[in-house]
Design a protein around this ligand. Structure first.
Ligand code: FES
Length: 127
């Protein structure tokens, strides 16, 4: 039904906009009809996407727009209570929700651009 209208992939930014272990890019999503955000980061040369929501308390992770990595560039960090997450798996490696995971969002790079793919839970934000 309506699913046919959901695009397979949605552009986020140019490849050069996100550097290894550096600032990420947020994008708008919809979760059960509510506004939320996802983000993409680059780590180990790969692009990873996650829902911008701590596994501990459902707040956004970035302390300033796009700032997801802690200072070493090795972990993503929740600005609220400091949970740190492995950038490649989204697993919390330290903090109040150790072992919990960020919700992955399919993200990929193609021809100099980065895209994300909606799924059954993370839907495109309404126009
Ligand atoms: S809300 Fe993120 S560490 Fe607690």
């Amino acid at each position: 039904m309506g699913d046919a209208a959901i695009p397979v992939s949605i552009p986020v930014c140019n490849s050069g906009d996100i550097a290894e272990g550096g600032k990420g890019k947020r994008f708008a999503v919809s979760i059960h009809g509510a506004d939320a955000s996802g983000f993409v980061i680059r780590y180990g040369g790969q692009v990873y996407g996650y829902l911008n929501r701590c596994a501990h308390v459902p707040v956004e992770l970035d302390w300033a727009e796009g700032e997801f990595f802690e200072s070493s560039g090795l972990y993503l960090m929740c600005a609220t209570h400091g949970a740190v997450y492995a950038p490649d798996t989204g697993r919390c490696e330290g903090g109040p929700c150790t072992g919990a995971r960020l919700r992955k969002i399919e993200a990929f790079e193609k021809e100099g651009h980065i895209f994300w793919s909606p799924d059954d839970y993370v839907r495109p934000a309404p126009d």
